[in-house]
Design a protein around this ligand. Sequence first.
Ligand SMILES: C[S@@+](CC[C@H](N)C(=O)[O-])C[C@H]1O[C@@H](n2cnc3c(N)ncnc32)[C@H](O)[C@@H]1O
Length: 407
Amino acid sequence: MIYSCEKCMKTFSQKSHYDKHLTRKRTCEIQSDKIKELVDKTVEIKINELKKKLNIVEEKIDQQNQSMSIHNFIEVCAGGGGLSCGLIKAGFTPLLLNDNNNDCCKTLKKNHPEANVICGSMDKIDYSSYINKVDLLTGGVPCQSFSQAGLRKGLSDPRGDLMYKFIKILYLIKPKMFMIENVKGLLTHDKGNTIKTIIKALHNCECKNVIKCDCESKSEYNIVYKCIDASKHDVPQKRERVFIVGTIKTTKKQFEYPIELSSKKVLKHVLYNVPQSNGAKYNETKIKLFKMIPQGGCWINLPENLQREYLGNSYNSGGGRRGILHRLSMEKPSLTLLCTPSQKQTERCHPLEERPLTIREYARIQTFDDSYEFLGSIASQYKQIGNAVPVELARQMGIALLKTLEV
Ligand SMILES: C[S@@+](CC[C@H](N)C(=O)[O-])C[C@H]1O[C@@H](n2cnc3c(N)ncnc32)[C@H](O)[C@@H]1O
């Protein structure tokens, strides 16, 4: 038989020893208290060790971030932040983010609380503290008027075109690089004269001879431009945008656009487990029509009488017009997302259901993280997402820019 002390758990094989133990003057310590004390002490030591390790890891991450984030950027006309998000993911640090739309600014502040967000027109900002301190000046500057009159008056054009405002900021702060994002139509506008005018202005060229001038050789920047299709850069959306990139001539490396990828992302890669969110709705008529349209199809898939009824006078106007009553396909990238999810001429119906894409589906296709929040009305949120540079494309552009900036 084994005798065991209830207090200290000590065991005895002989009863006499056990009895003696119970009657000893110094009572034995309660073992459970002792164990608890021991456990507490050990836990405390372990926590302190872990805290020390965590501090070391945090310091290392900070150091890594600092060395990766030594390149900064200013973005004007930043919208809801697609471009800035991608640039930050690539390793850039935002010095200043600007837009003149309140909802866009709220979205930028919410998602980048550390950034200096200035709401208002980009030409009303005091940039004096940024002169010669900026690595990248960027913006999705909307092009309003690029007439020949604008060209002749150059930067002193009293209409104050936004592109000219951007160029004024460029030559005030003299960043190492600049990047302007714009629609594909910029390249063909006014038979190609508009882009020539912009490039000339970006060279800060005052020469009056449009046909023959030495703007390029005199310019402080090497400037290139290219139309990039986001679907060739891991974005499940066909979206073509022009990127004009300038590199200050003292930079040793030449800018190279990101390499196109051979495999494409399609909607089935992103339209699963999408978080719940608000979304526009179709009326009963549209729901009935879409029930007849397969994935990847459009108005052409309707019976002829319904085609005529839906298109009205434009039935005979020719052209593919595949955006009308278009249902997206899970097996393909989306058509270009627009600022509104549902319009008569440009419909992008969900591949499997009779409804427009929700806010979060829009954001997924534009490659925003699910945690990125958009503020403002539903219409404003769609607009912010529809206007954005896809985050993943912006990230790839950011990496290409960083490669040029690295010494
Ligand atoms: C094409 S969106 C930019 C989208 C952005 N690049 C992105 O990736 O999300 C153009 C933005 O320019 C803004 N904008 C227009 N005029 C402006 C001005 N004078 N100053 C600042 N922002 C302006 C608009 O509010 C709009 O959000």
